[in-house]
Every structure is written in C-alpha cells, then in structure tokens.
Design a protein around this ligand. Structure first.
Ligand code: FMN
Length: 337
C-alpha cells in the first residue's frame, strides 16, 4: 500500500464530505461545515496553507548532515519525529461516518503509536466523543493526550479527573472552541477563560497542560503565566473564526515571546515533511496534523495513519539532509530564503 492508493480509496469513501484534493488547501471545501472545510469564506483555512506555501527554503548540500536525527521527546514520550495527530471529533458529522467515533479514536491512537508518534483526541457536543478518545488512550496504556473543550470550570475539573483516570500523559484544552455553537445547542456550554480560570484549571492536575488555539503573543504569555507546559499555535484548522491569519504568519512572534518557558506546537495546513521543517524553522518544537490523517484513516484505517505519519517523517529527514540540519535543533531561520 502507498499513499496514492490510500487517497484513492479515501476519495470514494469520503464522497460528499471531502474531495481529497491534490492540494488540501481549503479552496474546494470553503465554508463546508459540517464537513472538512474552513468556516465562512474559508479564508482562515486557506491562510494556513498559503502562509506555509509562501515560504521558500535554502538548499544546502555542502555539509556533513548525512543521517539526520528526527527524534525528540515530549510530555515524557520519545517521538520518532516531532509530529502528533491533532485532536478531531465529529467524524459522523464531518466525514460522513467513515467509521464510528470509537473506531476513529482507536485508529488514530494506535496508528500514531505504530509510527513512533503520539495522538491527541478531542471533545465534542456528545460526551461520548470524549469518552471514545479516553477509551482508546486507556487501551494504549495512557499513551495519548485528550483535549477538553472550554466547558464551565466544574465540568472541566470532572473531565480532568476522567483523563487522569485513563492514565493520559498530558491534558489539553482547545480554548479557541469558546464560541462553538453546536456545543451550546447540545446543552454543553463553552466560553472564554480568564487567566484566573486557566490557572485554576491547570493547577487541578499535575500532568503537563497544553493550551491549544493561541494566535497572539499576549495570549501565549497568559497561557505561560497560568502554568501551561505547552501552547498550540492554532486557529482550529480555520474552523472557528473567518479571516484569522495563517498560523505560520504568527508563529515566529509567539515562539519568540514564550519559547524559553513552554513547548511550542503549531498546526494548520501541515501536509508534508517540508511543512514540518518550515514550522520548526519559525520556532516550533513540533507540529500537529489534522485533515490528512482523517483522509488516511478513511483510506486504510490505522494502517493509513501510520503510513501518512511515516511518510511525513521520511520527508522531514530528506528535507533536513538538503538543508544541512543534522538534528532538529539545527533547524532555524537560516534555512528560510
Ligand atoms: C473534522 C475536524 C474535527 C476537529 N475536531 C477538533 C476537536 O474536537 N478538538 C480540537 O481541539 N480541534 C479539532 N479540530 C481542529 C484540529 O485539531 C486542528 O487544529 C486542525 O485540523 C489543523 O489543521 P489541518 O487540518 O489543516 O491540519 C478539528 C478539525 C477538523 C478538520
């Protein structure tokens, strides 16, 4: 099996939800939500992709970086490459029920582990969505990271206890889901968090806490001061607020402001190992990948996820050879033209 075959099967299975375009850039699916698109005009999704595509790289081959090392360690886990599966829920609404929420969670958790990487799982309007992710993490001996929606604090505390119970390695919150209407319609209200809320939430657990959905350096500062172990520079794949910039446009400034204190993760439009390299050059310690893994799962389940992640890791290694980076720490702004 190769990625070409995976994509062909996925294109059939995802009919009506995702076209599995040659370039997954948010153009054909603009505004398709539920579905795989970005919200409104789709500009936020497109900006993610375009910002990465606009970066040019310096080719360097007169050096000794022959066998680059892509290995890193994060949240007590050794990763074969700095790539994690982004949390995604609502498979039936967004991807036509290619598989149940439980099957998806298991595929992404196991598929990521088999690639030597780690998956995050999400939370949604139906509490069963969070439960499915936790179940998959539990089965994997705690190797996975659940993300809680910005529910009211008491609910968040309850969800943190469940995540700890499942043995999770770290816990996150997608704070940018503060305005998600389906949550409120389903009687699961969400909303913005103050720094004080965040402090209370983070101090509730001894596990590393990840704040996902940071797009400005002032909010990265708030997350760091509240005790976050990591932030994810993210606009939720362009699915929460139209007209937000691409994450690659804001990453450098955010990384510069808090990199000394927190781990910097980023997502949005990461499609290849070269995209991973670009994000690392702008200051990220690692990336999350979303839609491409849903497509890979539609094409070949768990195996598809492993293949997609391994392919990106290989591309990253190749790109490191061609930019003269022997290890991840060598990737910096010097590789950007
Ligand atoms: C169908 C779908 C469902 C998602 N569900 C969640 C979720 O439950 N929690 C969350 O934090 N982010 C969710 N996201 C956002 C992803 O975690 C991630 O930020 C985004 O997809 C990254 O962009 P990419 O898809 O271009 O790689 C979802 C994204 C998609 C496409």
């Amino acid at each position: 099996m190769n990625m070409q075959m995976v994509r062909e099967v996925a294109r059939e299975k995802l009919k009506g939800y995702c076209r599995v375009c040659r370039e997954c850039n948010g153009r054909a699916c603009a505004g398709e939500m539920p579905g795989m698109g970005g919200v409104g005009t789709g500009s936020a999704f497109e900006n993610n992709y375009d910002a990465l595509a606009a970066l040019r790289i310096n080719l360097r081959t007169l050096h000794s970086a022959k066998e680059p090392n892509t290995q890193t360690s994060m949240f007590g886990h050794v990763l074969s490459a700095p790539i994690l599966a982004a949390p995604m829920t609502g498979i039936s609404m967004n991807a036509g029920g290619i598989m149940s929420e439980q099957e998806w969670s298991e595929a992404v958790v196991q598929g990521s582990l088999k690639a030597g990487m780690l998956a995050m799982v999400g939370d949604g309007p139906n509490p069963q969505m969070f439960a499915s992710g936790l179940e998959a993490i539990k089965k994997a001996g705690g190797q996975g990271i659940p993300f809680i929606k910005p529910r009211n604090n008491e609910e968040v505390f309850r969800y943190i206890a469940m995540a700890e119970e499942a043995g999770a390695q770290a816990i996150g919150m997608d704070v940018d889901a503060a305005g998600i209407i389906p949550m409120t319609l389903a009687g699961q209200p969400v909303g913005p968090k103050t720094k004080d809320d965040l402090k209370k939430i983070i101090s509730r657990t001894s596990l590393p806490f990840i704040v996902k959905g940071v797009m400005t350096s002032d909010e990265a500062e708030i997350a760091a001061e509240a005790g976050a172990a990591a932030v994810v520079v993210s606009n939720h794949g362009g699915r929460v607020l139209d007209y937000t910039p691409g994450t690659a446009e804001v990453l450098q400034e955010i990384a510069a402001s808090v990199k000394d204190r927190v781990t910097i993760l980023v997502d949005g439009g990461v499609r290849t190992g070269i995209d991973v390299l670009k994000m690392m050059a702008l200051g990220a310690d690692g990336v999350l990948v979303g839609r491409p893994l849903l497509m890979a799962a539609a094409g070949a389940g768990e195996e598809g996820i492993t293949l997609a992640l391994e392919t990106m890791a290989k591309e990253l290694k190749q790109a490191m050879i061609l930019t003269g980076c022997a290890k991840l720490e060598d990737i910096n702004l010097d590789i950007i033209f």
